[in-house]
Every structure is written in C-alpha cells, then in structure tokens.
Design a protein around this ligand. Structure first.
Ligand code: ASP
Length: 344
C-alpha cells in the first residue's frame, strides 16, 4: 500500500512538472518562415526596384508575424498575420494582386492548420473575402467543418463579421495583362507547353507562381501553417489548387512539422507534398530538411512538378527547398532575419 502511495505521488509530481514545463514559454526557439511563391524568378527578369519592393514586403510580413511570437503569441496568430500582410500587398498572387481565371474573375483559396490540435480550416473559390486566410481560420474555429467553398464560404465569412470587399478590389492591371497574354498564346496555339511538349492548357506564364505562406513555432512549442493564393493564371472555372487541400499545400502537426507549399498545384496535390514530408519524419524519422528535400527535389522533380515548400519542426529547424529558379522566401530566428529570392 505504502509503495502504491509513493508511486502515485511520483507520477503526480512528474505530471505537474510536465505541465509546468509546458506552460513556461521558451523564447529561444521561436521561428517564423515565409514564402511568397516559387517559379522562374531570375535576376534577368527583375529590376532593382522590383527586387527592393519584394524584399520590403517580405520583411514586413516577417516583422509582423514575429512581433506576435516575441510577445508570447501563438504560432496560429503569427502565420495568419504574416499571410494577411502578403495578401494585402499587390505583389503576390494572394488577396489583392491575385491572378485571373480564364473567365476574367479572381477566385481565391486559403488554408490554416494548428499543429497542436491538428484542427484546420480551408476555403476555396471565394471572390469577396478581403483576407482569405482569416476566412479559413473562421472555418476552423467557428464552424464544425474543415472546408467551405464558393458562395457558402462567402456567406459564412460575412456572418462571422469578416471584411467583405467588391471583387474589383483584388484586380491589378499587371495580372490582367498576364491573362491577356496567355489567352493570346492559347489562341495562336503557341507555347502551349512551355517547351515541355505537354498538352496541358496554358496557365503558367513563364512558370511564375506567387502563392504566399507562413509556418511558425511559438514559445509554447506549437507549430502552425497557413497558405493563401489566387491559384494559377487562366485556370478554368471551379479549379481548386493544392493550397486548401490539407496535406498537399498546407499541413501542421506538432509531432512532425508545419509545411506550406507553392508551385504547380495539380502536381502538389497528386504528390501529397506537405503530408509526405510529415510522414517521412513520422515513420522514417527523417530530419525536417532531409524530408522536405526528398519530396521537393526528388519526388516532385521525378513527377515533373515545379515548386517549393517551407517546412519547420518543433525544435525550430527548418528548410526552404525549391526546384524552380527562385522562390520569394525569408525567416526570422535567434535574432537573425534573412530574405532571399534566387537560388544563391
Ligand atoms: N500552388 C498554387 C496553385 O496551384 C499556385 C502558386 O503556388 O502560386 O494554386
């Protein structure tokens, strides 16, 4: 009996110690990693002004999310805030500045996932929610569902008090011209394959993507991931990309990693990119960098898919592999902040 009481005390003490440890914030590992899309982004296709504008926008997104982590805020709040900043910037293919569909409309997809609870929310094909990532978060936190699309998702966002805008708000001339050029090429039958010989419809102009995403680790050891996009230029009605497909473009699990992808969505969906990275970590005990590189640089390449990911584990280790010419990306960790565009 005495033995039993002693064991109970030991077990309880250990449990309390564990709880106390969990509740105590550890700021040494807080990390935020973001991307603003992968693709054929080369020095030759850039001007110094454009480069500076992208660097500023990436820095602002990093700063905004990291402020939250520094104050002990959650990784969920941090990824949502960073992605919102990039959605508001006309430079990226998300929110304002998103690409056009074949019909000349703009249809947005977004996702967010909490690594602690493994709860998630995603929306697809919405046309008037100013910050789609917040729409996704509302689905996660204020509905019983994981995924909502089109008019229903819009109605839900409105009911929950999210900012609704005229679809014209998202429109930029640059993106509109991009659609016209692709349509012209399609009409004349030129460059249908980007040189690959494939018969897929044209929706990649110069293979530039521009989706935005963020992954974060907070002081309480929780991971989160968020991604937002306009999809691909000239996409057909109703097309949904990888971003709101959990395990493809977005995934987070405290046991493994948080991932946000960018690139040719159809390939990312078929390769289940984000969850594959987590699965390699879970079942094969790969470190995050090895897992992310295996999927992006080997599996995706072998299948002909172009793109990249940001992936972060619970210890603040991260990787940003991409198999395209460039990827807008950046991170903040241990007082070090870096943004990059090209394959250096
Ligand atoms: N992955 C996105 C999609 O296919 C495109 C991008 O990364 O820009 O919808």
């Amino acid at each position: 009996m005495k033995k039993l009481i002693v064991s109970c005390i030991i077990v309880l003490a250990a449990a309390f110690a564990g709880m106390a440890q969990q509740a105590k914030p550890d700021f040494s590992k807080i990390t935020l990693v973001i991307h603003g899309g992968a693709g054929t982004i080369t020095r030759a296709s850039m001007t110094p002004e454009k480069e500076r504008a992208y660097q500023e926008a990436l820095n602002l997104a990093l700063q905004t999310g990291f402020e939250i982590l520094k104050k002990g805020g959650s990784s969920l709040d941090a990824v949502e805030a960073s992605v919102r900043m990039m959605e508001d910037s006309p430079l990226f293919n998300a929110g304002k500045g998103a690409v056009f569909t074949n019909d000349g409309t703009i249809e947005l997809d977004a996702a967010i996932m909490d690594g602690k609870t493994r709860h998630a929310g995603t929306i697809a094909g919405v046309t008037n929610i100013k910050n789609p990532v917040s729409g996704a978060r509302a689905v996660m936190e204020q509905s019983e569902h994981v995924m909502m699309i089109g008019r229903g998702a819009e109605k839900f966002a409105q009911e929950k008090g999210l900012e609704i805008v005229d679809p014209a708000y998202f429109r930029t001339e640059t993106r509109y011209q991009q659609l016209q050029r692709l349509k012209d090429k399609e009409k004349t039958g030129l460059d249908h394959s980007g040189g690959s010989g494939s018969t897929e419809p044209i929706f990649i102009e110069g293979n530039k993507f521009g989706t935005v995403g963020a992954v974060a680790l907070d002081a309480f050891g929780n991971l989160a991931a968020a991604t937002s996009t306009g999809g691909m230029t000239n996409k057909r009605y109703g097309r949904v990309g990888d971003v709101p497909v959990l395990g493809a473009g977005t995934y987070a699990d405290n046991n493994t990693c948080a991932v946000s992808a960018t690139g040719h969505g159809e390939y990312i969906i078929r390769s289940v990119v984000a969850h594959d990275i987590a699965a390699l970590m879970e079942y094969k005990k790969y470190p995050v960098k090895k897992a992310a590189e295996e999927v992006v640089l080997k599996k995706l390449v072998a299948r002909g898919g172009e793109g990249g990911v940001i992936a972060l584990d619970r210890n603040g280790n991260f990787a940003m592999p991409f198999n395209s010419a460039g990827m807008y990306r950046g991170y903040i960790k241990n007082g070090k902040r870096e943004v990059a565009i090209y394959k250096e």
